[in-house]
Design a protein around this ligand. Structure first.
Ligand SMILES: Cc1ncc(COP(=O)(O)O)c(C=O)c1O
Length: 475
């Protein structure tokens, strides 16, 4: 098999066969898996082994920021390769990673001065949970009872490792593993879609009054919980503004700030998971800025390296860090780490990505793109098979339903979301769905015409898939 770019038809058949036989794809029913091999990327396009071009409508799982094969990111990576590819950060450092830590502290919400590096988002949330837990064992404020519990929202998603699914609330992903995990205290999310549409034509339909009511209920519940059991609660963990993997569930304005106020009043840590929403996705560098909130612990991943390389980070305050200080013999160190945490290649790209944010004034370009996406979302929400659309910044979820007025879902076995995403490929876009919610989450560098083309491909895929709603074979 040649390793250069000349892949013959015979090679391709072999690769597809090996892919089916050997590669266990994430979140994929392998019995139904149909290989599509992406060979190259150019800007917001991915190009398969046969030369077909697709708009990257999921930003390669929500992490690509500046497009693929970006000359400055590529060059930063090459420059670092001339120095060193990897050294451990267990008691050792390197200039690039140190510089990145400093830059992250500069751009992060105020008060987050310490950076713990890991390799992926799940590891960043695991580290956050363990740091919060250990903090309470070692800090002076703890009081009597051990603080061993965590509070999370319904439909929460914070990763797939066991600690992360302990605070996760998407049953489809977590229920099976419940006997292996600790169980967080769960409070209802205010981001769930409302009941049937009150409007005849069906516009975007999350009912703000019912969302506000759920938010008020959840906040009251948190207040009660913190008053009654606060001395046993280590932290609240949540995604700010929008729960991405939960189904693009957008919280009502003010919810995050109100949770922050409650956690501060009751002396409970707040962990914000900005793995999906950080680095510009919601229109600001970090989502929590929009409600002027700075958490005690912040989890970053995905867009940290602009979607180039695996790297994640858990940022904390100095107050938390100080609880871990002491002599070696005190045993207060954080005994947790990952082989590739702080990897210099990833750090070099992450640094250059922050430079690109600055030099290309990427955040200033977002309002026009977000507005354009809003127009498309409004249009798509009027389709007869769309129950509701939700948008936050440059991310949108389009719910497909069998009956619009009652919001009756398609039978689960019909896999309508998956079928719509697959059909969109024929129209030039790679999409990823969450159940029957088709997600649009392109690289932030996407142009307005490319955004139009992406929305058109999504619409064509949805129309085509829903024309034949019988349970299909996905082959
Ligand atoms: C909010 C959130 N937290 C954590 C994770 C887990 O990140 P990773 O897949 O890099 O482990 C994800 C991934 O989608 C996420 O969206």
């Amino acid at each position: 098999m040649p390793t250069d770019h000349r892949i013959t038809a015979a090679d391709l058949d072999t690769l597809r066969q090996w892919d089916r036989e050997h590669v266990w794809h994430a979140f994929t029913q392998m019995q139904e898996y149909e290989p599509l091999l992406i060979e190259r990327g150019e800007g917001v396009f991915l190009i398969d082994t046969e030369g077909n071009r697709y708009l990257d409508g999921s930003a390669s799982m929500w992490c690509n920021i500046h497009g693929h094969h970006h000359p400055r990111l590529d060059a930063a990576l090459h420059r670092q390769l001339q120095r060193v590819a990897h050294t451990t950060n267990l008691g050792l450092s390197n200039p690039t990673t140190v510089e990145l830590a400093r830059r992250l502290v500069e751009v992060a919400p105020a008060g987050l001065d310490k950076v713990f590096f890991s390799g992926d988002g799940s590891s960043a949330t695991e580290a956050a949970l363990k740091i919060a837990f250990q903090y309470w064992q070692q800090c002076d404020r703890a009081g009597g009872e051990p603080r061993t519990s965590f509070v999370a929202l319904g439909e929460a998603y914070h990763g797939d490792t066991l600690g992360a699914i302990g605070v996760g609330g998407v049953d489809r992903f977590t229920a099976l593993f419940a006997p292996l995990t600790f169980q967080a205290i769960r409070v209802p999310t205010p981001g769930l879609p409302a009941g049937p549409s009150p409007t005849a034509d069906g516009g975007p339909r999350t009912d703000p009054s019912s969302q506000a009511a759920t938010a008020a209920e959840t906040l009251a519940r948190l207040d009660r919980l913190f008053s009654e059991q606060g001395s046993t609660i280590a932290a609240v963990i949540m995604e700010p503004l929008v729960q991405a993997a939960g189904g693009i569930l957008v919280h009502p304005p003010g919810f995050l700030a109100a949770v922050r106020e409650l956690t501060q009043r009751h002396g409970i840590l707040l962990i914000l998971d900005e793995i999906a929403v950080g680095f510009g996705r919601t229109g600001t560098m970090f989502a929590c800025e929009q409600e002027d909130v700075s958490p005690d612990i912040l989890c970053l991943g995905k867009g940290l390296t602009a979607g180039y390389l695996p790297m994640a980070a858990t940022l904390t305050t100095t107050q938390i860090w100080e609880a871990f200080l002491g002599r070696h013999s005190d045993g207060r160190a954080f005994y947790h780490g990952h082989t590739f945490g702080g990897n210099p290649l990833a750090a070099a790209v992450a640094l250059e990505s922050l430079n690109l944010f600055r030099d290309e004034r990427l955040l200033d370009q977002l309002p026009a793109k977000i507005e354009r996406l809003r127009l498309h979302v409004d249009r798509l929400s009027k389709l007869p098979m769309v129950g509701e659309c939700r948008q936050c910044g440059l991310m949108a979820g389009i719910d497909l339903v069998a009956d619009k007025s009652s919001r009756t879902p398609y039978p689960w076995e019909a896999q309508m979301g998956s079928r719509a995403s697959l059909a969109a490929r024929k129209h030039g876009a790679l999409l990823r769905q969450l159940g029957d919610t088709v997600v649009l989450m392109p690289p932030l560098s996407i142009s307005l015409p490319e955004l139009d083309a992406l929305a058109e491909a999504a619409e064509a895929g949805i129309m085509e898939a829903t024309e034949t709603p019988a349970v299909p074979s996905l082959q």
